[in-house]
Design a protein around this ligand. Structure first.
Ligand SMILES: N[C@@H](CCC(=O)N[C@@H](CS)C(=O)NCC(=O)O)C(=O)O
Length: 209
């Protein structure tokens, strides 16, 4: 498998965590989101993903984009190390938490949105802080109700795969973490696990320190 990715692309980072949690090897193909006007917008990349985004997972002659679709694919192909809890209710909550990040936070602070805001002379920072804070507070409330040492239960799931890169983005936008103590604890526990260490932005070959 090949993963088209960028070191601090949060959606790509989610997939890196999922691949690592499942113990799957993959080839890392960097796609620079800024250089040359954004390599994701090039003809070659858009043939793989017409949304002009990463991640894209190449499997044989197939290209799968959208991180959650990739989670589902990996879960179906490699069920031995699951990314979802066994209990159907916890599975639903895990998906719910994932969607809070995937559709409720990240799209509102994505690069294309930031570029558009700047183009309209709007400071993107308070905008991003607003949506990240609201989403993470909701995530935290649901996660607390789920119970357990990770986002939903006592094993890392795809909710954690979504949470960890989003917390990194929250710090980039200098969000006040004083209200997010519960999530910071989950983050700390994840940061001690090898799959999360391996998938971290700073550990990727294209990372800029
Ligand atoms: N829902 C998509 C989001 C993908 C996405 O927004 N990717 C960002 C990087 S995290 C991207 O490629 N942005 C490029 C751009 O905004 O031009 C997923 O989960 O894969």
């Amino acid at each position: 498998m090949k993963l088209f990715t960028y070191w601090r692309s949060s959606a790509s980072w989610r997939v890196r965590i999922a691949l690592e949690l499942k113990g799957l090897e993959y080839e890392y193909i960097p796609v620079h989101l800024v250089n040359n006007g954004g390599e994701q917008k090039g003809i070659e990349h858009m043939a793989k993903n017409p949304m002009a985004q990463i991640p894209v997972l190449e499997v044989g002659d197939v290209y799968i984009s959208q991180s959650v679709a990739i989670f589902e694919y990996l879960e179906e192909m490699f069920p031995e190390t699951p990314l979802l809890p066994e209990d159907p209710v916890l599975r639903a909550y895990t998906r719910q938490l994932g969607e809070i990040v995937n559709s409720g936070i990240q799209p509102l602070q994505n690069l294309a949105v930031i570029q558009r805001l700047k183009g309209m002379d709007i400071d993107p920072k308070p905008w991003c802080q607003h949506f990240i804070r609201d989403g993470l507070l909701a995530f935290q409330k649901i996660s607390e109700a789920c119970g357990g040492t990770f986002s939903c239960g006592d094993e890392p799931t795809w909710a954690d795969a979504c949470l960890i890169p989003q917390l990194y983005n929250a710090r980039r936008f200098e969000l006040d973490f004083s209200e997010l103590g519960y999530l910071a604890e989950i983050e700390k526990r994840c940061s001690e696990l090898q799959p999360f260490i391996n998938a971290h932005a700073s550990r990727q070959p294209d990372a800029v320190q």
